[in-house]
Design a protein around this ligand. Sequence first.
Ligand SMILES: CC(C)(COP(=O)(O)OP(=O)(O)OC[C@H]1O[C@@H](n2cnc3c(N)ncnc32)[C@H](O)[C@@H]1OP(=O)(O)O)[C@@H](O)C(=O)NCCC(=O)NCCSC(=O)C(=O)O
Length: 412
Amino acid sequence: MSGPLDGVLVVDLTRALAGPHAGMMLGDLGARVVKVETPGGGDDSRGWGPPFVDTPDGGRESTYFFSANRNKESIALDLKDAADKAVLTELVRRADVLLENFRPGTLAKLGFGTDVLAELNPRLVTLAISGFGHDGPEGGRAGYDQIAQGEAGLMSMTGSGPEDPQKVGVPISDLLAGMYGAYGVLAALLERERTGRGQVVRTSLLAAVVGVHAYQGTAHTVGGKVPRGQGNHHPSISPYGLFHCAGGSVQLSCGSEGLWRRLCTEFGLDADAPGFATNGERVARREEVIALLEGVFADIEAPELLARLAAAGVPAGKVRTLDEVYTWDQVESQGLKISVEHPTAGPLTLPGPPLRFFAAGADGEQETTRRDHTPPPVLGADGEAIRAWLSGAEPDGVPQPEGDDVEDGHAT
Ligand SMILES: CC(C)(COP(=O)(O)OP(=O)(O)OC[C@H]1O[C@@H](n2cnc3c(N)ncnc32)[C@H](O)[C@@H]1OP(=O)(O)O)[C@@H](O)C(=O)NCCC(=O)NCCSC(=O)C(=O)O
């Protein structure tokens, strides 16, 4: 047992980041994920770099590819070739889930439209990720994260102000589309338990960003505002943001009046001063609040300031660079750093899965989180074993999901 999705077979036709991230999440949960790649170059992201890791055979592996493909097997299939299409057909018959993030219409052109997939395997759950939706006035439009972050409004709310739109430092629309996609897949698998039938789940980079507009969305749809970038301060809470101090800066957030009072007590300020006593007043005077606090913090070094904020119980922290994140013992303690041995690139440290599982009972809690992570695959490395498995001539040692007897065109 390697996770809650043990025995689930996922055929992952995705490339780049959005779809592969969904596949990786399902693999983290214990599903067997078979990644189907184009012969020759494979997943486009295998060519995205630097950084690359040089391998002893004179090749190289992309660290970008490593970010979204742990816990997967790889088979190279030319989906424009009849024999390779037959291999995919056999995989689809056995699969529980199929993932794709082609331009809408591409998979149908390759001979695997949703009608064909449903006929091959009525229990199949298909996740299709597009740029902007499969239908609607701009249905089928191609998309990459950069475009989606702009088109879905995220860049207009990020940055120091209206003249300075900024994208988030990671391809967040891809990652969210992958996450929403995996979440949709899990719901469809649950529904399949009741109905016996799979279904097609669709999301997009656009939907993923709109799905997290949160209070900025309702500030517009209900409040009539058009939120713009406000740098590192919050539009509706004060104080909440990045504050300069002696030789650096710290972040702090007072999301309740109690926290504001604790902050004021610690630094000798009057929490009830006219114009500052309520969050609404402080938001209206955000710049004055920032100036007041930065005046007090001007002579206090960041480590001392953080210690005082922690002692006062005010949520606070620093702005870490990734070298500081990955050497932080708290990150390690949460399983957020894993080690795998890559067949050509050698030992790799990778960001770890964000979910942990615990069996809780009278004896306490026992962690059941998957630990047997496998490295991102070399292109086509598992092709021979997968073909042998599909043909029934499985050599010893080939991993096989539980319950893979094929009945009525689906895995049982
Ligand atoms: C990413 C894309 C813009 C790329 O556009 P395209 O290059 O036009 O991709 P397509 O999906 O249409 O596929 C290109 C061609 O490759 C062919 N193709 C693909 N796989 C195979 C295999 N295995 N064998 C043979 N041929 C193949 C496919 O049939 C098409 O052929 P022809 O039809 O003959 O040309 C689009 O796929 C897209 O909008 N996807 C949905 C949104 C998404 O996931 N975007 C990437 C997020 S990652 C990201 O933004 C980031 O990391 O940053």
